[in-house]
Design a protein around this ligand. Structure first.
Ligand code: COI
Length: 355
């Protein structure tokens, strides 16, 4: 695979990136585009970010044959070096998502080469504030115009880059979740474990209703019994109950988050008992009543680690006990950001410098 560069003069807009960046409001100057046609991936090109030529009956937009990823490049606090966080895990997950939707596989090395190249072209767009990053959004979608429900013969692989702050502002003391008892995110045998575009639109209607009722996010429950916690909004979710931390197991309906995986590794390294298993709403309500529910937090690439203060489930408010000591969520967030910004050792080899 060759990666061609057709670069245009920088817009210079990166110099005005500030603390109020938000998430997804601003995009860098260039994008990477690669096409699958005639049964093969072609060369990649990095060119000016602009509208794409998409067939009106593209199978990606008609029937949702589309998958994506999210990863971040951080600027070193002391050395200015751009660092990617575990891009090999995104490459592996993208391959799994492609397989699930009959999209041609994108070899991991080529995925990482494309990511590295766009980061190196757009490195001036990596924000300087701690916790801010250049968010990379790789997307693969079917671009053959057709009306039969079958795999496409043409695809586009596109990487766009957006300088971002964390998804939730750190001034939010904690999120309020609504445990969703009617709508579900994923059912066994569906696509919940893949990062498909189609997993997200069905969350909009329940999220709009939750937001109208004053909640920040939804706690998704299992599709069969509406009794077990699955994910918090677009994040994996963790519960600190007594002296252990539990997170819903990867049963097939839950996205295998890279931050989730990293959080589990950190907790285990710190000697904190951590288990992936089913977590029922009844267990959470009991733990809240007895004062043993010490923390709830979400974990994801966009959000990093986001504390949750309460979950509304039916008529009950499931709240975490007030804490005097530093929270695990805070310690995890600080450690992850420390590694990502190159401030502290990276004993796990998670970080990949882009030189
Ligand atoms: C991410 O955390 O990277 C995600 O994909 C969540 C996004 C939909 C905001």
């Amino acid at each position: 695979m060759r990666i061609n560069r057709v670069l245009e003069k920088s817009s210079g807009l990166q110099s005005v990136i500030d603390q109020d960046l938000g998430f997804g409001n601003v995009f860098s100057d260039h994008m990477l585009v690669r096409e699958w046609a005639d049964n093969a991936w072609g060369d990649a090109t990095i060119r000016r970010r602009a509208a794409l030529e998409v067939e009106p009956t593209a199978l990606g937009i008609q029937y949702g044959q589309s998958v994506f990823e999210g990863l971040k490049a951080y600027r070193g606090t002391h050395d200015e070096v751009a660092r990617l966080f575990r891009p090999d895990r995104n490459a592996a997950r993208l391959e799994a998502s492609c397989l699930r939707l009959c999209i041609p596989r994108l070899p991991a090395k080529e995925f990482i080469d494309c990511i590295t190249e766009i980061v190196s072209v757009e490195s001036s767009w990596i924000p300087r504030y701690r916790g801010h990053a250049l968010y990379l959004r790789p997307l693969v979608f079917a671009n053959e115009g057709h009306l039969a429900v079958r795999p496409s013969s043409r695809y586009l692989f596109v990487i766009t880059a957006a300088p971002v702050a964390p998804y939730f502002s750190s001034s939010t003391p904690g999120l309020r979740l609504k445990a969703e008892g009617r709508f579900t995110r994923a059912a066994m045998g569906g696509t919940g474990a893949a990062k498909t575009s189609g997993n997200y639109a069905p969350t909009l209607q329940p999220m709009a209703a939750a937001s109208q009722d004053g909640f920040d996010q939804i706690l998704w429950l299992d599709a069969q019994e509406h009794a077990f916690a699955e994910e918090a909004g677009q994040m994996n979710v963790f519960f600190r109950i007594g002296d252990e931390v539990v997170t819903p197991e990867l049963s097939g309906t839950i996205l295998p988050g890279i931050t989730r995986e990293s959080v589990i590794t950190l907790l285990e390294t710190w000697g904190i008992k951590t288990r992936s298993r089913r977590v029922s709403m009844r267990e959470l309500a009991d733990a809240s009543r007895s004062g043993e529910l010490l923390e709830i937090f979400g974990a994801g690439t966009a959000a990093v680690v986001a504390p949750v203060t309460s979950i509304r489930h039916l008529d009950e408010e499931i709240s975490v006990a007030p804490q005097a000591e530093e929270s695990l969520a805070e310690r995890l967030r600080e450690t992850l950001l420390g590694i990502q910004h190159g401030e502290i050792d990276d004993p796990y080899d998670w970080v990949v410098p882009v030189l």
